[in-house]
Write a new protein. Structure first.
Length: 687
C-alpha cells in the first residue's frame, strides 16, 4: 500500500513553468510570490490580475494560475490555466496546455488531464508537454507513462523530465529506480520541490522511511504552500514513527485543506486514518477521492478492500471483478482481484489477473508473491519459484515471503538453495515465526539423504514457538519414522491429532507405518483401517500387512518389515511432496480437489487408490467424483481394489425426477456422467 500511495501522490506533482520570455511577467510573478510568503494573499492576487490585464498571454495566465492555486482559490486558478491554454501558439501555447493538464490532474479526473496533455503534445512535443502527459498517464497506465517519460528525457534531459520519469517508475512499483530518477532531477535543479517530494515518496515506498522524511521536509521547506508536499511529508512521518500519528494526520489534513479536490491527497488522508483504526473517517476520505475522480481505481480498490475486511468477501469479489474489467490497465485493480480470488481459494481463476498485475506492476513484491502463491497452489511450482525470487528481490526483508520461497525451492529439487534460504530466514534478528522452522524441517527431511537430526531440531523449535502447530507435529512424526524412532513417531502423531483432528487420516497412516516397523501388527492394522475409512490408506502398506497376516506364525514378518523400511525410505521424499496434494484433495473448493486428484494419480499411482476410493463415495461434488472415476480408470488393473465401489455406482440406477429444474436437473445429468465414468473405469481396471 505504501507503493500505491506514493505513486498516486507523486503523480500529482506538477512542473513549474520555465522563465517567461517577457521579463515583466517574471517580475510580477516574483513579486506575487514574495507577497504570498509575507501573508499578503489579496495583494498577490491583485498583482497577477494586473499582469494579465496588461499583458494577456499564455505565460501570464499560467503564472496567475499558480498564484491563485497557492492562495487556495482553486476554481479561479483553473479558469486562469484554461485561459492560458487557449492563447498563443507553438511551444508557449503547448506548455500552457501542459500546465492546465497538471492542474486538472491535481484537482479531478485523470481522463480530463490526460486529454488536455495529449492535446498539448500534439501542439508541440516538448520536454514539458511530454512530462505532463507522462504524469497523467501514470495514474491510469504506468507502463505507457514510462514510455512517454523516456521520450521527455530524450527530448531534453531537464529536471522536469527526470521527475516525470520518477513518477512513472514509482507507479510501476520500481521504487529504487524511481529514487534514482528523482535524484537525477535534483542534480539538475536542487530547488525543485516536486523532485524532492517525489524522492521522498520513492524512499518511503522502498522502506527507507528516515531518508524519505528528510527529503519530504526539504520539499516543504522549498515550497511551504504545496498541498502535495505536506501530504507526502505526512506519509513519511507515519512511516518513520507510527507513534507520530497526530503529526502525520495534521500534515495530511493541511494538504487537504490547501487542495480539497486532490484525489491523491484524499487517499493519503484516508490511509493515515486507517492506520489508526478510524475506518469510517478513512472511508469518507476515499469517497471524496472518488468524488473528484470517479474512475480513480486506487480509491475504488481500497474501498473494496475495506468491504472485504468487514467480512463481505463475496461482495468485495463481485466489485473487484467489475473494477478489473473497467480498469484493465490498473495494476492495483488486477492485484486486488487476484488477492480476493486467492482468499476464496479460487487459485486457477487468480492466475490471469495476477499475471496482468505483475506486468503492470513489475516492482511490486505483493504482485509477484500473490502470483507465486497462485502458481504454487495450481501445481506450477517452477513458475512459483521464479515469482517468489522476484518478490524476494523487491522485498528482501520480508521473512515470511522468503520462507515460502525456501519451501518452493525444495519442491523443485533445489535443496541446497532451499536450506540456505531458510537458514537465513530463521537467523533473522528477532525471528519467532513457526512457519520458517516448519519449512526448514520439511526441507531437511525431504532431501536425499535426509538430515533427520536437523529436521527434528527444526520441528521442535517450530512447536516450541507454537505448540498448536499440527503440521510441525506431523512432520516430526515422519522424521522420527525415517530415523526408526517408532515410539517417538507414534507419540508425535497422537500429538498432531490432538491439535487438529483433521490430520487424523494422515496421522493414522503414519502410525500404521510405525506400528508395522515396530512389529505391532494388530495396532498397525487398526491404524491403517482408520486411515482407509478416512481416505488416507496406502496400497503398499496394505499389501505388506496382508502378507504378514497370512503368513503362518508371522514367519514372513521380518522380510516384510525389511520391505516396509525399504518402501518407506523410497517414499520419504514423495511423502513430503504429497502432503500439499493431500491438502488439495480435502480442500473446500471442488476445483482444488479435482487438481489434487489429478496430481495424486500422477505422483502416487497405485498408492492413490485408497484415497480415490474414499473420495468416490464420500465427496459431495459430482464433478470431483467424475474426475476420481476417470483417475481410477487411468490406473488400470492397479486400481482393482476400487472395483466394488466402481461397479456399485456404475449399476446404481438414476431415477429421473420429472419435476427437476435448474440445478437439480444439472445434477441429474452429472450423476449420469458419473455412471459412465465408472463404467469406463470398470472396463479398464476390473477385467
Amino acid at each position: 500500500m505504501k507503493r500505491l500511495l506514493a505513486a498516486a501522490l507523486a503523480a500529482s506533482f506538477s512542473a513549474m513553468p520555465a522563465a517567461g520570455a517577457d521579463p515583466k511577467v517574471d517580475e510580477a510573478y516574483a513579486k506575487a510570490q514574495d507577497q504570498l510568503v509575507k501573508g499578503k494573499t489579496e495583494e498577490a492576487v491583485k498583482t497577477m490580475q494586473k499582469l494579465v490585464d496588461s499583458r494577456p498571454g499564455p505565460e501570464a495566465y499560467v503564472f496567475q494560475g499558480l498564484i491563485l492555486e497557492r492562495a487556495s482559490t482553486l476554481d479561479e486558478a483553473g479558469a486562469a490555466y484554461g485561459k492560458g491554454a487557449e492563447l498563443g501558439s507553438g511551444a508557449p501555447k503547448a506548455e500552457a496546455m501542459a500546465m492546465h493538464a497538471s492542474y486538472l490532474l491535481r484537482t479531478g479526473p485523470a481522463k480530463a488531464a490526460l486529454a488536455r496533455a495529449e492535446q498539448a503534445v500534439q501542439v508541440a512535443a516538448t520536454p514539458a508537454t511530454l512530462a505532463a502527459l507522462a504524469r497523467a498517464q501514470a495514474r491510469v497506465n504506468p507502463a505507457k507513462a514510462l514510455e512517454t517519460a523516456d521520450k521527455a528525457v530524450a527530448a531534453g534531459a531537464n529536471a522536469d523530465a527526470h521527475q516525470a520519469r520518477a513518477v512513472a517508475l514509482l507507479a510501476l512499483g520500481r521504487n529504487d529506480d524511481a529514487a534514482a530518477a528523482a535524484r537525477k532531477a535534483i542534480e539538475l535543479d536542487a530547488r525543485a520541490a516536486r523532485a524532492h517530494a517525489t524522492l521522498a515518496a520513492a524512499l518511503v515506498a522502498a522502506g527507507k522511511a528516515a531518508e524519505g522524511l528528510t527529503s519530504a521536509r526539504k520539499a516543504v521547506e522549498l515550497d511551504p504552500n504545496s498541498p502535495e508536499g505536506h501530504a507526502i511529508l505526512a506519509t513519511a512521518i507515519l512511516a518513520s514513527d507510527p507513534k507520530l500519528w497526530n503529526d502525520a494526520i495534521g500534515e495530511a489534513q493541511d494538504g487537504a485543506f490547501k487542495n480539497p479536490k486532490s484525489p491523491e491527497i484524499q487517499m493519503i488522508v484516508g490511509k493515515i486514518f486507517e492506520a489508526d483504526g478510524r475506518f469510517d473517517q478513512a472511508a469518507a476520505a476515499y469517497r471524496k477521492a472518488l468524488e473528484s475522480d470517479p474512475e480513480f481505481s486506487s480509491a475504488r480498490s481500497v474501498l473494496i478492500n475495506a468491504q472485504f475486511r468487514k467480512g463481505d468477501l463475496d461482495g468485495a469479489l463481485t466489485e473487484a471483478k467489475k473494477l478489473a474489467a473497467a480498469a484493465p490497465s490498473s495494476g492495483d485493480a488486477q492485484l486486488l482481484l487476484g488477492e480476493l480470488l486467492l482468499r476464496k481459494n479460487e487459485f486457477d481463476a487468480a492466475v490471469a489477473p495476477l499475471e496482468k498485475a505483475v506486468q503492470l506492476l513489475p516492482g511490486s513484491a505483493n504482485a509477484h508473491a500473490y502470483l507465486a502463491r497462485a502458481y504454487h497452489s495450481t501445481g506450477k511450482v517452477k513458475e512459483a519459484v521464479a515469482e517468489y525470487a522476484k518478490a524476494v528481490q523487491s522485498d528482501p526483508s520480508n521473512a515470511d515471503l522468503r520462507s515460502n520461497y525456501g519451501l518452493a525451492l525444495s519442491q523443485v529439487g533445489q535443496d541446497a538453495q532451499a536450506v540456505e534460504e531458510l537458514k537465513k530466514v530463521v537467523a533473522s534478528p528477532g525471528y519467532k515465526n513457526t512457519a520458517g522452522y516448519t519449512n526448514l524441517g520439511f526441507v531437511y527431511r525431504s532431501i536425499e539423504p535426509p538430515r533427520n537430526e536437523e529436521a527434528i531440531a527444526a520441528y521442535k523449535k517450530a512447536l516450541e514457538l507454537d505448540p498448536k502447530n499440527a503440521q510441525a507435529a506431523l512432520g516430526l512424526a515422519w522424521v522420527y519414522l525415517n530415523a526408526k524412532r517408532y515410539v517417538d513417531s507414534i507419540a508425535a502423531c497422537k500429538q498432531a491429532m490432538q491439535i487438529d483432528t483433521g490430520l487424523s487420516p494422515a496421522c493414522n497412516q503414519t502410525m500404521a507405518w510405525a506400528y508395522l516397523s515396530n512389529k505391532q501388527f494388530k495396532e498397525a492394522r487398526e491404524a491403517l483401517t482408520a486411515a482407509d475409512k478416512a481416505g488416507a490408506g496406502n496400497a503398499k502398506l496394505d499389501a505388506l500387512l496382508d502378507r504378514i497376516e497370512k503368513a503362518p506364525s508371522g514367519a514372513d514378518s521380518d522380510a516384510a518389515i525389511a520391505e516396509v523400511d525399504q518402501a518407506r525410505a523410497a517414499q520419504a521424499r514423495q511423502q513430503a511432496q504429497l502432503e500439499q496434494i493431500e491438502r488439495d484433495t480435502r480442500d473446500a473448493n471442488p476445483a482444488n480437489r479435482i487438481r489434487g486428484v489429478r496430481t495424486l494419480v500422477a505422483k502416487a499411482g497405485a498408492d492413490a487408490v485408497p484415497t480415490l476410493t474414499w473420495m468416490l463415495y464420500n465427496d459431495k461434488s459430482n464433478d470431483v467424483r467424475i474426475d476420481v472415476a476417470r483417475g481410477l480408470g487411468s490406473l488400470g488393473p492397479a486400481a482393482r481394489k476400487a472395483c466394488p465401489q466402481l461397479q456399485a455406482i456404475a449399476t446404481d440406477p438414476v431415477v429421473p425426477n420429472p419435476m427437476a429444474t435448474g440445478p437439480e436437473l444439472q445434477e441429474e445429468v452429472k450423476r449420469g456422467d458419473l455412471q459412465k465414468a465408472c463404467r469406463d473405469a470398470v472396463a479398464k481396471a476390473c477385467r
